[in-house]
Design a protein around this ligand. Structure first.
Ligand code: SF4
Length: 97
């Protein structure tokens, strides 16, 4: 019986910690804006930081918040920036649900 005690303690500990992870995941869940992925796809994805943001995803967040402009992305071609601006204009024309 003594040999089962450590196994039972570990199983109970695993259950308690697993439940805590479940609760933390449930209460701290942040729903991501599904428009973000489309914007990131139109950026060069070099994550170079030339735009003043740490990476392309952060730039996309600022574009979505209307705090940045596609022209801030230095490596992006002018034609691609125009496509991105058009995409943003379409997004902003449609109100988020
Ligand atoms: S400058 Fe362009 S490629 Fe570089 S991190 Fe910013 S958005 Fe990404």
């Amino acid at each position: 019986m003594a040999i089962l005690t450590p196994a039972l303690v570990l199983a109970a500990l695993g259950f308690v910690l697993g439940f805590l992870i479940f609760l933390v995941g449930k209460y701290f869940y942040v729903e991501e804006d599904n428009r973000l992925e489309g914007i990131v796809e139109l950026l060069p994805k070099y994550n170079c930081g030339a735009c003043g943001f740490p990476g392309c995803k952060e730039m996309a967040v600022s574009l979505l918040a209307k705090e940045a402009k596609p022209s801030q992305c230095k490596p992006m071609k002018k034609e691609d920036a125009e496509v991105l601006q058009k995409h943003l204009d379409e997004l902003f024309a449609v109100k988020p649900e």
